[in-house]
Design a protein around this ligand. Structure first.
Ligand code: FES
Length: 142
């Protein structure tokens, strides 16, 4: 048994007793491996006695689950309505230019900071009232 299947087995066992164990399992697998790939889907499905289609349907519904690991740092930029109204579209180009191929700019829809947008998140850190210069600095430091 590979290290990966052993670890996923541990994660499934950790949550198996819960009501609605799939999402906590997917969260832990994503955190452990940076993705929930086809192999992980199959192992989780087997562990929960679900079909692979059941698991894949949930994985593909939520954008936070990635089909393959991406080692790049991620800057999530909110492009929902309130941040749009506060000018996010005018500063996205500055973020993308600063990112190049090194940083992944990911669009999200609302970080719960609507009155203080444009807003972005890096890891667990939230950033507000961004302008072209501050978002470029944020990306460069990601
Ligand atoms: S719309 Fe951007 S944080 Fe809510």
């Amino acid at each position: 048994m590979s290290d990966k299947s052993t670890r996923i087995g541990e994660i499934v066992a950790l949550h198996h007793h819960r009501e609605g164990p799939l999402l906590p399992i997917l969260n832990d697998v994503q955190a452990a491996f940076g993705c929930v790939d086809a192999e992980a889907e199959a192992l989780i499905a087997k562990g929960l006695n679900l079909s692979r289609a059941d698991v894949h349907g949930v994985v593909s519904f939520y954008h936070d689950y990635k089909p393959q690991a991406d080692a790049r740092p991620v800057v999530q930029v909110c492009r929902a309505e309130a941040c749009k109204a506060r000018g996010v579209e005018a500063i996205v180009a500055a973020a993308e230019a600063a990112a190049g191929a090194r940083v992944k700019i990911e669009t999200v829809y609302c970080l719960g900071l609507c009155s203080a947008g444009p807003a972005a998140r890096t890891g667990d850190d939230l950033h507000i009232r961004l302008d072209a210069q501050s978002i470029a600095e944020l990306v460069e430091n990601a």
